[in-house]
Design a protein around this ligand. Structure first.
Ligand code: BGP
Length: 482
């Protein structure tokens, strides 16, 4: 029984280029769809503008400026003792339009410098290839992932980075929260689909098509692209380890009513639909009925089933922020959440953004996923988005420490249960732009960055109380959580 963390456990932190890197259009970078997302707030959604408005603030353009601060930031991660650092490569830094014949050498060099800097401190990079960073041109001119040509463009991009960074990177993730595409929260950002007006959507190219049909077809192309990337990675370097990345969520039945239990079981499939394709190499048993009920007719090319079978991932990774409850009773109060949509659970608290905080749900999910896939597990996102006060250069964020401590304790329980957990990289280890709201004031980091919701500030970095706490946690390999 493993009551402690394994010796080589990967403690670290996670980021993504679109929320962190900035350097918009520097070093030959092209535009991504996320560069067209306005800032929003808890109440007002972010909007996608097809044409950039010079009077509007777009948070990804500077974000927190890792592009110019990477040495300083990595030194801070090293000071905390990070063993792993999750980041994404912005596709448009490598291929500015997504379909270019030649890669952009400056973009390649930028990430090489970052990886070398990480290696200097023995920090293992964990690199996401696609984190809500669809090239704008692929969305605009090709219709995004609905167009199968994107599979080839992605393959080209993967070949470049797998070849260029051989020996510098070992762990890769194909698509961040790939299931965002199935849930309607990733139309533009994850799939590059311009859908009818609404939050996070652009004026609609897809409006004449059935939206669900388009989403699942686009997702199918991502599955094929992911499977081909896994195979290619192993061909280029047999040491490469490639994982899937799924938005994780736990759904408890709201009552013992069998209807609620069945609803919860069905809702839990948000974890399995994509996970099964990527980890087991085939669509799940429940897909047929699901597609039938939704009126979806997937177009598969000959050979697709084999591609999926040959491109199974080496490990499973997921984000975990919350649990929720499922019920068929329409009178129960709804709860907020990212993709984990259900009703309020009276037994657990919620964050200021209404995300329900449930550390035990993490143990539950780890057990559940491990029983299904028998693959090493990485928790590559977890954390508390909260408003922090910077006072005389310090941030007293005991609420964040409480959140993380309770989740780490549950990882420990899962390890004792026998789950093979190999990494924990809390989200936004340094403050960055919130994906859902575009705010800076929803902060997750151990490191405070002095920027406000409109991008004003000194961009100076400050260590929060949680910085010193996490450093102790890592130094003691999870023994000292006080
Ligand atoms: C996940 C995304 C991240 C990240 C995180 C927190 O869904 O993969 O990119 O942003 O959620 O969400 P938010 O930034 O909306 O608080």
């Amino acid at each position: 029984m493993q009551h402690t963390f394994p010796k080589n456990f990967y403690w670290g932190g996670a980021t993504a280029a679109n929320q962190f890197e900035g350097g918009y259009r520097e070093g030959g970078k092209g535009e991504s769809v996320c560069d067209h997302m306005t800032a929003g707030s808890r109440k007002a959604p972010r909007m996608y503008t097809n044409v950039l408005d010079p009077n509007v603030y777009y948070p990804s353009h500077r974000a927190v400026d890792f592009y110019h601060h990477y040495k300083e930031d990595i030194a801070l991660f090293a000071e905390m003792g990070f063993k792993m650092f999750r980041m994404s490569i912005n596709w448009t830094r490598i291929y500015p339009n997504g379909d270019d014949a030649q890669p952009n050498p400056e973009g390649i060099e930028f990430y090489r410098k970052v990886f070398l800097e990480l290696r200097k401190y023995n920090i293992e990079p964990l690199v996401t290839l696609h984190h809500y960073e669809v090239p704008y041109h692929l969305s605009d001119a090709y219709g995004g992932w609905l167009n199968r040509k994107c599979v080839d463009f992605f393959q080209n991009y993967c070949r470049t980075v797998f070849t260029e960074y051989k020996g510098l990177v070992k762990y890769w993730l194909t698509f961040n929260e790939i299931n965002a595409g199935q849930m309607g929260i990733g139309d533009i950002l994850s799939l590059g689909l311009k859908t009818p007006d609404g939050p996070n959507k652009g004026p609609g190219d897809v409006k004449d098509l059935d939206l669900m049909q388009a989403r699942f077809q686009a997702l199918h192309h991502q599955f094929i692209a992911s499977a081909k990337a896994v195979k290619l990675a192993h061909e280029i370097d047999p040491d490469y380890q490639v994982g899937c990345m799924v938005a994780g969520g736990v759904f408890y039945p709201y009552t013992p009513n069998p209807d609620d239990a069945l609803k919860a079981q069905k809702d839990m499939r948000m974890n399995y639909f994509c996970g099964d394709v990527q980890a087991l190499g085939a669509y799940p048993f429940f897909a047929q009925r699901m597609f039938q009920e939704m009126g979806i007719q997937l177009h598969m090319e000959p050979g697709d089933a084999q591609i999926l079978q040959e491109g199974k991932v080496d490990f499973y990774s997921f984000s975990y922020y919350m649990s929720t409850c499922s019920t068929t009773d329409p009178k129960v109060e709804e709860a907020n959440g990212n993709a984990v949509i259900g009703v309020r659970n009276p037994y657990i608290p919620a964050s200021d953004w209404g995300w329900q905080i449930d550390p035990k749900g993490l143990r539950y999910l780890l057990n559940d996923l491990y029983a299904r896939y028998h693959l090493p597990m990485m928790i590559v996102e977890n954390g508390l988005g909260a408003v922090d006060q910077l006072e005389h250069g310090a941030v007293h964020d005991s609420y964040r420490v409480d959140y993380l401590r309770s989740h780490i304790q549950q990882i420990q329980e899962a390890l004792a249960d026998g789950v093979d957990v190999i990494a924990y990289t809390p989200w936004g280890c340094i403050d960055l732009v919130s994906l859902s709201t575009g705010e800076m004031s929803k902060r997750y980091g151990f490191i405070y960055v002095d920027v406000d919701d409109q991008g004003n500030g000194t961009f100076q970095r400050y260590k929060k109380d949680s910085f010193y706490w996490y450093k102790k946690v890592i130094a003691s390999n999870g023994e000292d959580l006080d």
